[in-house]
Design a protein around this ligand. Sequence first.
Ligand code: ZN
Length: 225
Amino acid sequence: MRNILFVFLLTAVIGAAAEEAAAPKARPALFPNGPKGGACTYEVYNWNIRKKRAVNIKKVKHPYSELTAEERDPATGCTVCLEDQELLKIGKLKPFYACRKISGVLRAALEKLIADGEPVLEVTAYRPGRTKNPLDKKGNRTGFSNHAYGVAVDINRSKNGLYDKCFKFGPGCRLIHGGRWKPGVKGTLTKDSAIVKEMKAAGFKWGGGIEGDQKDFMHFSSFGY
Ligand SMILES: [Zn+2]
């Protein structure tokens, strides 16, 4: 009986040690609940529509196991946590973070485009800010956008602005962010440009082709929003 107990204990100890050895160290598991004792950290802000800038900038840190519903994107499982983002260093682009669930396909698409000589000039993805409605009384946006989860990507922002009042593109559209959209200029995205086609092939929808009153020519995500 004592021997059986000893073997049982030994097995348990070896099992625990093996589990520890197999656990990733610098890179916590992404889905579904992260590592035991792992943290979720990010720097959050509200976009204020009156001041037209980020306000309430603060650092958040809590156990990964205590993620709230809004901190996780139900469509992809990606979260606002920096721990779930991968820093992508691609060609001469400024390094940027994207959720590990999309970072592989995104890297492959961008590397192919750059190898083909396409003008991929600026790329950003993860921005854990509250930049979506609803608005509070002070003019702060309070919802997380797809960028907050690292699942939306902006390409060539300085030439592909976000417009509203823009069901169909024309002189009445109002530029909100980024540079003016002038098809024909190098780096400008249209439905026929190789960058848009490659991103679509990688599973992204283009914000320049979405229904509704906004046209976000720099923007890509699984739904285009
Ligand atoms: Zn965007």
